[in-house]
Design a protein around this ligand. Structure first.
Ligand code: SAH
Ligand code: MG
Length: 194
């Protein structure tokens, strides 16, 4: 009961301060996926305030997570939140730009949810940390519907949308992985390493 209330407080906080945490159906999909595929070790790129990391860790007591966040305020908030849920022994938070982080650990799931224009780079940097037959999941492939819209966009947004489309193409053409795209939440891909 306390847990549900605390999660609700996190969702409220994120809404109030415009922190782009995973949408309800997206996080539901992700946590079900973790349960159904017996995922135990997770690397997350983009912690924000710790919401998705906490949700993932709550799926099962044997789940361990490493999560990276470059923004100091969000990282600090995440540290506090993880402690509130008493998950600090299972969620390791790293305050750095993911591009500066070198990990030797191997994971069953890499969850990419950081700067949307950089997904190809995150994928290429961290795939060496993925166990065989395991998964890379990416969030926000629809980018609030902008990826498929005819709306006239600013130059910055156009560039961002192009990068997301490039990433989708990259996944489709990557024969080392089998990728499925889901029209859930803000658009999610699941890439299984062959
Ligand atoms: N996964 C979170 C939401 C993450 S929002 C949830 O659903 O609860 C995306 C976060 O990625 C932002 O807080 C942003 O600061 C962080 N980020 C973006 N680029 C990054 C990078 N290169 N390294 C580390 N963090 C990054
Ligand atoms: Mg997201």
């Amino acid at each position: 009961m306390f847990t549900i209330f605390r999660l609700w407080l996190l969702e409220k906080y994120a809404k109030k301060y415009d922190i782009p945490i995973m949408q309800k159906d997206g996080i539901q999909f992700l946590t079900n996926f973790i349960k159904d595929n017996n995922i135990k070790n997770i690397l997350e790129i983009g912690t924000a305030i710790g919401y998705s990391a906490i949700k993932m860790a709550l799926v099962d007591n044997n789940i361990n997570i490493v999560s990276i966040e470059r923004d100091e305020d969000r990282y600090n908030k995440a540290v506090k939140n993880v402690k509130k849920f008493k998950l600090n022994d299972r969620i390791r938070l790293i305050k750095d730009d993911a591009f500066n982080v070198e990990l030797n650990d191997k994971f069953d799931l890499i969850f990419i949810d950081a700067a949307k224009a950089q997904s190809i780079k995150f994928f290429n940097k961290f795939e060496k940390n993925l166990n065989k037959n395991k998964y890379i999941i990416t969030d926000n492939l629809k980018f609030h519907g902008l990826v498929e819209s005819d709306e006239i966009l600013s130059k910055n947004l156009r560039q961002l949308v192009k990068k997301i489309k490039d990433y989708i193409q990259f996944l489709k053409e990557n024969n080392n992985y089998e990728t499925t795209f889901y029209n859930i939440g803000d658009g999610i891909s699941v890439s299984k390493k062959r």
